[in-house]
Design a protein around this ligand. Structure first.
Ligand code: NAP
Ligand code: MG
Length: 485
């Protein structure tokens, strides 16, 4: 029997008023029911926001370094449980066990890092131009914040939103993606066992299209942090911005990796394979376009296809599997639809392109890692985010042409360049339209202690992670204090 989890409200696991639940299933084996969660109503969301609002003043009154101790304790607990939490993640989201372990480790680091930030939540002192005036700034929490998270990093993203929100003194209502809520449950468990007061961190589960509006529009909600698709994110912004609700959106990408002729081709092919296919291409920072300088195009593509064919697709819980399934049937169908579009628009399928069948595959949402060549920069598969294991390779004349093609999309999340030519590296760093600018590493693979976020349609500006994450979750106050009267 799969376990049924409640909403987490005022420190208790409670049922939704609807009395209804929904299921999450293992995308590698649809016979495996992972867990059931509450199908919450608008009323449940509203009550949860009320609880968070009532708890906020007392939480903000706890000195920030002491709030930080709770986060650090939670980090210890999560680290102890990392094996089982990673297994939960693989079972519910599908990524391989080593990737899931890496992600749990990331959440541990995030909790520790923001725990430490509790003792560093300073403002600045600035000399006043007036005599006897002491001028300084300090940070105030916002109040209740709503966190809306996607399924693809089911513990890291909730952690990198919750931790700075909490350390800054806000109370939180989180709604995890319906495809993968279990890791949010695990985070809540460790934070509560570590002494987080009741009502400070709350979770409601259920369909975003049912409870999302209440979570972003309730007047007690002072800020909304969302990671997910552009469609949903832009819809949220259209409602929150006119109301003056602080809004942070992290959305899609169409991330390029540029390979110049001097690159070590073997290493470059490994980097592109890693960026394009690991986590089944379901990373917002995944490489979905490889822009290859013409003289090395054929040799590079040959290596790329050879390495891609060697990837083992399967149930991510098994040893030796490189690529797990798509997260659900809808995502798999989206991937296959884009494969069809690519073929119809005249791109050439070099490998993959099919759903896998046979023993070990029939009950899961497995798609072969797929590479298209003869892709022109204006084709749909070179423009739209697919969010699956599909890579478009595009020949380019030189670095300038590569940067032009790279920038010719609506997104600007991450980009990578593989070369040792320093002058070209700096030209790229100065001109590439991406929030995360990477050289000689995969386009995916960022660290928690630096700012994360994109430009153009990928993000709205306020960065997540790193010390600047606090900027979104707090507001500065400026004090002018005359002490010589
Ligand atoms: P999604 O469909 O936009 O959903 C994201 C979250 O929003 C889920 O919790 C979802 O709930 C909720 N939601 C849905 N409709 C809503 C509404 N009307 N109001 C409020 N909330 C609503 O995205 P996804 O399919 O989970 O994730 C994939 C997308 O996330 C990709 O586009 C990817 O690029 C993006 N992503 C971006 C980043 C980044 O940092 N830039 C990182 C990871 C992923 P339900 O699950 O109940 O629908
Ligand atoms: Mg979705």
């Amino acid at each position: 029997m799969a376990e049924t989890f409640g909403n987490f409200v005022a420190g208790e696991w409670v049922k939704a008023s609807s009395g209804k639940t929904f299921d999450s299933i293992n995308p590698a084996n649809t016979d495996d029911l992972v867990a059931c969660y509450q199908a919450s109503s608008v009323e449940d969301a509203k009550n949860t926001i009320d609880v968070a609002q009532k708890a906020q003043a007392a939480w903000a009154a706890i000195p920030a370094p002491n709030r930080g101790v709770i986060l650090m304790r939670a980090a210890e607990l999560l680290e102890k449980r990392s094996e089982s939490v990673a297994a939960d993640m693989t079972r519910e989201e599908g990524k391989t066990l080593p990737e899931a372990k890496g992600e749990v480790g990331r959440a541990v680091n995030i909790l520790r890092y923001f725990g430490g930030e509790g003792a560093r939540l300073g403002g600045e002192t600035v000399p006043s131009e007036r005599e006897g005036v002491f001028a300084y700034t300090f940070r105030k929490p916002l109040g209740v914040v709503s966190l809306l998270t996607p399924w693809n990093f089911p513990i890291a993203i909730p952690a990198w939103k919750m931790a700075p929100a909490l350390i800054a003194g806000n109370t939180v209502v989180i709604k995890p993606a319906s495809a993968a809520p279990l890791c949010t449950v695990r985070l809540i468990e460790v934070l509560h066992e570590s002494g987080l007061p009741k009502g400070v961190l709350n979770m409601v589960t259920g369909s975003g299209s049912v409870i999302g509006d209440e979570l972003i529009s309730n007047p007690a909600v002072k800020a909304v942090s969302f990671t997910g698709s552009c469609e949903v994110g832009n819809g949220i912004q259209n409602k929150t911005v006119p109301r003056g609700t602080k809004t942070q959106l992290e959305m899609g990408g169409k991330n390029p990796t540029i390979v110049l002729r001097d690159a070590d081709l073997n290493m470059a092919a490994d980097i592109v394979v890693n960026g394009a296919f690991f986590s089944t291409g379901q990373k917002c920072t995944a490489t979905s376009r490889a822009l290859i300088e013409e003289p090395i195009f054929e040799e590079f593509v040959r290596l790329l296809v050879e390495k891609t064919r060697r990837l083992r697709v399967g149930n991510g819980i098994e040893k030796g599997v490189d690529i797990g399934p798509c997260v659900d049937e809808g995502q798999m169908k989206t991937v296959l639809r884009y494969v069809d579009i690519g073929k119809k628009e005249g791109a050439k399928l070099l490998c993959g392109g099919h759903r896998l069948s046979g023993p070990g595959y029939d009950k899961g949402y497995f798609v072969e890692p797929t590479i298209f060549s003869d892709v022109t920069p204006d084709m749909t598969i070179a423009q739209e985010e697919i969010f699956g294991p599909v890579l478009a390779v595009i020949p380019v004349k030189d670095i300038d042409a590569a940067i032009a093609v790279a920038n010719n999309v609506k997104f600007g999340l991450s980009a990578s360049l593989l070369t040792n030519q320093l002058n070209k590296v700096f030209r790229y760093i100065n001109r590439i339209e991406a929030g995360l600018i990477i050289v000689n590493l995969p386009s995916a693979g960022v660290e928690y202690q630096l700012p994360f976020g994109g430009t153009k349609a990928s993000s709205t500006g306020f960065r997540e992670q790193g010390s600047v994450a606090i900027d979104f979750y707090s507001e500065l106050r400026t004090v002018y204090l005359k002490h010589q009267t």
